[in-house]
Design a binder for this molecule. Structure first.
Ligand SMILES: *[C@@H]1O[C@H](CO)[C@@H](O)[C@H](O)[C@H]1NC(C)=O
Ligand SMILES: *[C@@H]1O[C@H](CO)[C@@H](O)[C@H](O)[C@H]1NC(C)=O
Ligand SMILES: *[C@@H]1O[C@H](CO)[C@@H](O)[C@H](O)[C@H]1NC(C)=O
Ligand SMILES: *[C@@H]1O[C@H](CO)[C@@H](O)[C@H](O)[C@H]1NC(C)=O
Ligand SMILES: *[C@@H]1O[C@H](CO)[C@@H](O)[C@H](O)[C@H]1NC(C)=O
Ligand SMILES: *[C@@H]1O[C@H](CO)[C@@H](O)[C@H](O)[C@H]1NC(C)=O
Length: 406
């Protein structure tokens, strides 16, 4: 009997060896980052997510079988197999700008709507503890509120819920997402249902670099500047058409001095002066103050635009503050400028002479001002004798309209 034991052992280890050998193709697969095994409990969560979504176009048709890490829109950690990223952006094509934009035909509109996911978002999603990236933008959730449970994705760095037809108060729980780098809640115009009475919930998002609240109603959030200006990592702030009414002229703290993009267009800062702190944002690449009802310059503002040498896009159309001397002084320093829109700014002095240094410019709009320089109405698309005479150099696309208001 004693002799049998080693035989038994060796035969069982042989079986074990054969068994291991038979698994080997799997082992090799497991080393391939595309085929990490899916975690069974997380697979069930995804199934639940799918079951709660309305998916007319069958975009989730690959969400079957065991290998949830290979499902479309799902990215797993290549070592642990945990679901890490959910990419479920709806149709967002370049031709029509953004989703929920205008489509040429009814058919195109219908096709786009079909591609949008709807329904509800299963709260079981919060069991995906390792999620770092969630993109549900460009879908149509039929004006349900943003679920408060989104505040429990503690590892999420990228959250994009833009243009997905959410409505109601933005849940303050989002302020719990302390690792967030990108928060895009941009709403669909015409359906401006998303709102926030106070932005205090944002204050702990110390890593936030990119914040887009476009079209969200912030008219009652009088603390907007106080909170946002102290976010230490912020690089991009997009708050177009937010119903903002106050643009503080002498805030005590402005900590977002590294900003590279500031878009406050289409807010009714009635009777505001352009505050001095804006010219302290020396790294700005994009400044959009279109239609902000800014009526003049703060008396202490001497600098002008030459303190922003990195600017590539400057849109200040339909404001009164852009007086001629401010532009004349600043423009020649903006050697990186690609786009300049100073239309409808009540500029009367000639400014074309100051455009010589703007060798990279591709779009200039000077329309609806009171300039007295003589030009053809509009010229575009190619270098013309006029643009040559202006010393603008080769430009790929030049669009200048000069209308006479007086
Ligand atoms: C795993 O993924 C990370 C990024 O998520 C990548 O940097 C790394 O190279 C991947 N490892 C393997 C073995 O593919
Ligand atoms: C969020 O999604 C929208 C729509 O799909 C896209 O246009 C936008 O660039 C995304 N935002 C960020 C910050 O990536
Ligand atoms: C906020 O985060 C904590 C852990 O940091 C978590 O325990 C709590 O449930 C979260 N609250 C909400 C409302 O998501
Ligand atoms: C125009 O701006 C300059 C500063 O660049 C300022 O000194 C001047 O007073 C302004 N003029 C008017 C009419 O606002
Ligand atoms: C404009 O460009 C010329 C040379 O092309 C340069 O000498 C001058 O300093 C520039 N002006 C400013 C204000 O940058
Ligand atoms: C345009 O600017 C002139 C000063 O240059 C000012 O007198 C006039 O009121 C301004 N027009 C409007 C509509 O603000």
């Amino acid at each position: 009997m004693k002799a049998l034991t080693p035989v038994t052992l060796s035969s069982s280890s042989c079986l074990w060896f054969l068994f291991v050998l038979s698994l080997c193709p799997l082992c090799f697969c497991n080393q391939n980052p595309d085929h990490v095994p899916c975690i069974a409990t997380e697979r069930l969560v995804l199934i639940q997510l799918k079951n709660n979504l309305i998916d007319h176009a069958n975009r989730l048709s690959s969400w079957v079988g065991k290998d949830c890490c290979s499902w479309s829109g799902v990215v797993c950690n290549n070592i642990t197999g945990n679901v890490q990223e959910i990419h479920l952006r709806g149709p967002d094509d370049d031709i029509h700008g953004h989703c929920h934009g205008s489509y040429d035909t009814e058919d195109e509109l219908e096709e786009a709507s079909k591609q949008m996911l709807g329904g509800t978002i299963s709260p079981s999603m919060t069991k995906l503890l390792q999620l770092t990236y969630i993109d549900l933008s460009c879908n149509d959730f039929g004006l349900i509120p943003i679920p408060a449970f989104f505040g429990s994705f503690q590892n999420v760095r990228y959250l994009n819920l833009s243009r997905s037809q959410f409505s109601g108060e933005i849940p303050h729980q989002l302020g719990n997402l302390s690792k967030l780098c990108v928060l895009d809640l941009h709403d669909v115009p015409l359906y401006t249902n998303l709102h926030s009475k106070s932005l205090k919930w944002l204050k702990d998002l110390k890593e936030l670099q990119h914040l887009d609240m476009g079209n969200i109603d912030l008219a009652r959030a009088s603390d907007w500047f106080q909170v946002i200006s102290t976010l230490p990592s912020l690089l991009e702030l997009h708050c177009s058409l937010c119903g903002l009414v106050q643009l503080p002229s002498n805030p005590t703290t402005v900590r977002f001095t590294s900003l590279i993009a500031l878009d406050l267009s289409y807010n009714l800062f009635s009777d505001s002066l352009l505050p001095r702190w804006i010219f302290g944002l020396h790294n700005l690449i994009l400044l959009d103050l279109t239609n902000c009802f800014i009526s003049g310059l703060n008396p202490g503002t001497h600098g002008g635009f030459h303190s922003m040498p990195s600017l590539m896009t400057l849109r200040v159309s339909t404001n009164n503050f852009v007086n001629s001397s401010l532009l004349l002084n600043g423009l020649p320093s903006l050697s990186n400028l690609r786009l300049l829109d100073v239309s409808n700014c009540n500029i009367s002095a000639p400014i074309l002479g100051t455009l010589h240094n703007l060798s990279l410019i591709v779009h200039i709009d000077l329309s609806y001002n009171g300039m007295v320089e003589e030009f053809e109405d509009c010229f575009g698309n190619q270098e013309t004798s006029e643009s040559k005479n202006m010393g603008l150099g080769p430009v790929s696309y030049l669009f200048i309209c000069l209308y006479y208001v007086y």
